[in-house]
Design a protein around this ligand. Structure first.
Ligand SMILES: Nc1ncnc2c1ncn2[C@@H]1O[C@H](COP(=O)(O)OP(=O)(O)OP(=O)(O)O)[C@@H](O)[C@H]1O
Length: 524
């Protein structure tokens, strides 16, 4: 029996006919859901299915258009996150909301009652983090902490309110496998105490491992419920997508041509105390090749992307070459003009401006590198609206972007659909060189397969593709060659068929440090 005043047979939370309309578009359409005490309940669904919209209604961030929410058998209206917390609902969002300059305890204090002294908050946070196996120093500054540690702050912050239900939106997408295992231990402990967890994830293996019930959404409606332990990742994916997920086709991949992208012995000091320095990094990517860089987050992937894309330039041209041109001191647009395309990891703010329409985001990203396509001639360089509209439509269709209108704002798209649009925006230019950082982060199984196939097709048609990814399954699905980044050092590249997971694991641990880094990375 749980320690809460709900009989084990009754629902802690039940939702009837819950609906959320954005204009005439139903993001959630008559949803019924029951969460029992002491269960880890998965909420599954493809990108844009309505999962985030549903949990935002449960946490008082969005107001339902119709329907009812009952908490411990009583109808409730949850007007704000504060009201949700008072009821006993805690939430850990997909994107953290922490202030880097403040300490852990100061960040936690921001969401609590003003009257609680900071010393008491620090004490309670430390004791909770010990009790739940979430090591955390309340006096550490957030800026000094890893992504995993930052997430622990969010979890401890939610636990301080003694929640009966804790909602987690894609909590493991940013974690290393070890950090994820530790978080699962915490969730098991919460469950054993009689608390409930509503768990959103696209990682079906982990859903099978930790959840005892799952509700599946598609197009804003419940399409199924199951015990995920009785299913396979394939059958779960089928319930979500409505059909089998296609596997990536590789025929014709592997014919390599000239070197299209090269980094030659590049060392870059860390730009901030919390960034990683790059140490004598060399790589070459040929036409028709997909070089994937594996590694645990925080080992220099972001820094590497920034210098390859020209977001940060380097002191000499001769350290980076795009299609044979020395571009080290040149910015992103000069590199794009040479036929390169770039997809950064962070989609909100970096790859897309949330408040702008998709078409305006397209103009923003491509007006300098694709002037002729989008800008009229003459002095005024007027934007050719028709061409932009057509391209927005073409990209949305090619990438199967599900959205609530023809040209909505980027911020209104679900995470995975925005990612499909951003990748499609670059693919639409048919770049000779494409560099992508975490191409399928937060993307459902069907959409991930779509994006991966598009990368393979690009290489098959003769482009050079550099993929930076933490996801080993993804790497093995797309790569012709694999290198590993660890502590800002890049290993040599190996043909994908010659590497096993174990070998990659060893390289992640820094085995390559014993190798000479001045030798060329590819011996073709
Ligand atoms: N503020 C908004 N205005 C208009 N449409 C919106 C808004 N918020 C969400 N939507 C639409 O509602 C649908 C559901 O989005 P939601 O974010 O709930 O999906 P999701 O299942 O969480 O997807 P993902 O797995 O990609 O995060 C999407 O089609 C999205 O475009």
């Amino acid at each position: 029996m749980s320690s809460f005043d709900v009989p084990a047979t009754g629902a802690l939370l039940s939702v009837r006919k819950l609906t959320k309309l954005f204009g005439s578009f139903a993001a959630c359409n008559g949803i019924d859901l029951e969460i029992r005490p002491g269960e880890i309940h998965a909420l599954l669904g493809e990108n844009g299915a309505g999962k985030s919209t549903l949990v935002k209604m449960l946490f008082g961030v969005l107001e339902p258009t119709e329907g009812e929410i009952a908490w411990q058998g009583q109808p409730v209206s949850i007007g704000s996150p504060g009201e949700a917390r008072k009821l006993g609902i805690g939430m850990v969002f997909q994107h953290f909301s922490l202030f880097e300059a403040l300490t852990v305890a100061e960040n936690i204090a921001l969401s609590l009652d003003d009257s609680i002294p900071i010393g008491k908050i620090a004490e309670e946070a430390a004791s909770l983090s010990r009790a739940y196996g979430l090591p955390l120093d309340p006096h550490a500054h957030v800026a000094d902490l890893s992504v995993g540690e930052r997430q622990r702050i969010e979890i401890v912050r939610a636990l301080l309110q003694n929640p009966k239900l804790i909602i987690l939106d894609e909590p493991t997408s940013v974690l290393t496998p070890q950090e994820a295992d530790r978080m699962f231990e915490t969730l098991f402990r919460l469950r054993d105490e009689g608390r409930s967890v509503l768990y959103i994830s696209h990682r079906l293996e982990e859903v099978q491992r930790i959840c005892s019930r799952a509700t599946v959404l598609r197009h804003g409606k419940v399409t199924g419920a199951c015990d995920p332990r009785q299913e396979t990742p394939g059958s779960l994916a089928r319930m979500m997508v409505g059909s089998d997920v296609a596997s990536v086709q590789h025929e014709g991949l592997g014919k390599k041509g000239d070197i299209q992208l090269e980094i030659a012995g590049l060392s870059v000091p860390a730009r901030t105390p919390f960034a990683m320095s790059l140490k004598n990094v060399s790589l070459r990517v040929r036409a028709g090749e997909i070089l994937a860089i594996a590694g645990v987050a925080g080992n220099g992937q972001g820094e590497l992307f920034d210098i390859v894309s020209g977001e940060h330039t380097v002191p000499s041209d001769n350290l980076i070459f795009v299609r044979g041109q020395a571009v080290g001191t040149k910015g992103i647009n000069a590199r794009r003009l040479l036929g390169a395309g770039f997809v950064p990891e962070e989609r909100h703010g970096h790859a897309a401006v949330s408040g702008l329409k998709l078409s305006d985001n397209l103009v923003l990203a491509r007006s300098k590198s694709d002037r002729r396509a989008f800008l009229g001639g003459g002095f005024l360089k007027v934007i050719r609206r028709g061409a932009v509209k057509q391209a927005t439509k073409r990209i949305s269709e090619a990438m199967d972007v599900r959205k609530s209108g023809e040209d909505p704002t980027a911020g209104s798209l679900s995470g995975g659909n925005l990612q499909k649009f951003i990748v499609g925006r670059e693919l639409d230019r048919q770049p000779t060189v494409l560099v992508v950082n975490q191409p399928t982060w937060g993307v459902d199984a069907g959409a991930a397969s779509h994006i991966r196939q598009a990368l393979v097709d690009l290489a098959r048609n003769g482009s050079a593709v550099l993929v930076i990814s933490q996801d080993l399954d993804e790497i093995f699905e797309v790569a012709t060659d694999i290198a590993v980044i660890s502590e800002g050092r890049l290993s040599q590249a190996y043909p994908a068929g010659e590497l096993t997971r174990e070998k990659i694991g060893l390289l992640m641990g820094g085995l390559h440090e014993s190798k000479t880094h001045s030798e060329p990375m590819h011996a073709h």
